[in-house]
Ligand binder design. Structure first.
Ligand SMILES: Cc1cc2nc3c(=O)[nH]c(=O)nc-3n(C[C@H](O)[C@H](O)[C@H](O)COP(=O)(O)O)c2cc1C
Length: 138
């Protein structure tokens, strides 16, 4: 059973192939949330300035299978794995996929915070940055 599996967390960044309209993002999100809820996957998706940043967390095999599909998705390119680790606690317990559009300054701040600027960083710290950002939205 997938419920017995270790929790895998992945944070990646990517670039949207073209600017996505709100309704296109809503459609992506609706399908993603439905799928994730069935598969025990949670996380956060951010879209800012034509870029995506996503945290995926869930049973190892489910997250690995989903990430393989996401990497092939033609709606984005240059998918870069920033952080990947097994065994950390789940942060976005209540979210089959939290979502926020962010402005350019916020994007920069979060990119640095998760280590996407090349600084080596623990995934637990990066998850904390995303959790704090989300909590601050209220
Ligand atoms: C930035 C981005 C994030 C995505 N996040 C998810 C997700 O969290 N869950 C999900 O099921 N699909 C997500 N997708 C969609 C998948 O890439 C894929 O289209 C979907 O899983 C259906 O795959 P299939 O057409 O091979 O069945 C995302 C796509 C993009 C571009």
């Amino acid at each position: 059973m997938s419920n017995d599996e270790a929790l895998l967390s992945i944070i990646y960044v990517s670039s949207a192939t073209r600017l996505l309209a709100d309704d296109e993002l809503e459609q992506l999100l609706r399908a993603a949330r439905e799928h994730n809820a069935w598969r025990g996957i949670t996380g956060l998706l951010l879209y800012g300035d034509g870029n995506f940043m996503q945290l995926l967390e869930g049973p190892e095999s489910e997250v690995a299978a989903l990430y393989a599909r996401i990497q092939r998705d033609p709606r984005h390119h240059t998918v870069i794995t920033v952080q990947k680790e097994l065994g950390l606690p789940r942060e976005f317990v209540d979210w089959s996929m939290a979502y926020r559009r962010v402005d350019a300054p916020t994007w920069l701040r979060l990119s640095r915070g998760i280590g996407a600027d090349g600084r080596p960083l623990r995934l637990s710290a990066a998850k904390g940055v995303l959790q704090d950002f989300w909590a601050a939205l209220g």
